[in-house]
Design a protein around this ligand. Structure first.
Ligand code: MRU
Length: 342
């Protein structure tokens, strides 16, 4: 695939890592592609401070549930390498403080807190150098795992696709949203490798246009047949018989299967049900939050009104995610296969 890598760790000597093996003794940087500039400009950013990593996640320079988990993990490791702690106890306190700060950057995708908790939990060394190495190793283990989870999701989901089938997707749950080939888009890439060519409809995804700017671009670059539609056109395109399956990603799935994903997903599920079109959620198990019983407890990020076009006379309501009830979901495409229950 000809898509720029979403993120990596770059060591002090300029080597790129997506798996453990890097030496934490000399501080490296978190490398991301700035997704706010896509598709026009492919600009890479090198981040190394808590404020820089926080801002990049908050402003969606790096975005998508698995990608923000990986970015926060590598970000925590590179920040820790620069702390001027005077003792191992103080270093651990600084790591925990930084993890809590990064975790507060976005509330909905559980992968963020999941990855940070995992990294902090991996720290057990008695000395600062050892702690930094453990943090970096864990962050890169999470990144490497994400790459293989995406591949497994792709393999499982490709079994649902047939040549010529119309696939509707929302937001961007592709390579740009993960360290690997994506979640919702992974079955499309895997099917293509098997000679199965589908026709993708990519919802524009208002207000920040992840579908029009990112999904359409990454699929187009990869040679997939992709058509952009406005969010408001989805039901009509379904009625015209152009959609055989809907596949979306997820930011957090509650224990009962209720699924938070980009705002607009819920209405797609309602329309798909009405038109008898299967509606699948693709996700790694790291996106499942068993600590909450159902979707009503999933925190929904509220974003600034400026993101939505409005006149001065109008107020703005801008929730970034919605929750699709379990009963509207046909199944879950996961690294463990296509499941009817999560
Ligand atoms: O606000 P975003 O762009 O981070 O929202 C992303 C989504 O809603 C994705 O569908 C989800 O995170 C899954 S990414 C594999």
């Amino acid at each position: 695939m000809n898509i720029p890598r979403t993120l990596s760790y770059i060591s002090a000597d300029g080597r790129e890592y997506l798996a453990p093996g890097a030496d934490a003794a000399r501080p490296g940087v978190l490398d991301i592609v700035d997704q706010t500039m896509l598709p026009g400009v492919v600009k890479r950013l090198h981040l190394s401070t808590p404020d820089e990593v926080f801002e990049a996640i908050k402003q969606l320079r790096v975005r998508g549930a698995p990608a923000i988990g990986c970015a926060a993990a590598v970000g925590l490791a590179v920040c820790a390498m620069r702390f001027t702690s005077s003792s191992p106890a103080e270093h651990l306190a600084n790591i925990k403080k930084c993890a809590a700060f990064l975790d507060s950057s976005r509330p909905t995708a559980v992968n963020l807190s999941w990855a940070l908790k995992r990294c902090v939990g991996a720290v057990s060394a008695a000395d600062i150098a050892g702690m930094n190495q453990q943090l970096l190793d864990e962050a890169l283990a999470i990144t490497a795992e994400d790459i293989s989870l995406c591949a497994a999701i792709g393999k499982a989901g490709a079994t649902l696709l047939k040549s010529g089938m119309g696939v509707l997707t929302h937001c961007n749950a592709g390579a740009l949203a993960t360290a690997g080939i994506g979640t919702a888009l992974a079955p499309i890439y895997t099917a293509m490798e098997q000679g199965i060519k589908v026709k993708v409809f990519s919802d524009e995804t208002r207000p920040l246009l992840q579908g029009a700017r990112l999904t359409a671009w990454e699929l187009g670059v990869a040679g997939v047949d992709v058509t952009t539609i406005c969010d408001s056109m989805a039901a009509q395109v379904m009625r015209e018989g152009k959609v055989g399956i809907v596949i979306v990603g997820a930011d957090r799935v509650a224990a009962n299967g209720d699924t938070a994903n980009k705002i607009g997903t819920y209405q797609l599920a309602v329309a798909a049900k009405y038109h008898n079109i299967p509606f699948y959620v693709a996700l790694p198990f790291s996106t499942v939050d068993r600590s909450i019983a159902n979707g009503s407890q999933i925190p929904i990020e509220q974003r600034k009104g400026e993101e939505i076009f409005h006149c001065a006379e109008a107020k703005v309501y801008n929730p970034a995610f919605d929750v699709t009830p379990r009963e509207l979901i046909t199944g879950f495409i996961t690294e463990r296969g296509v499941l009817s229950e999560i």
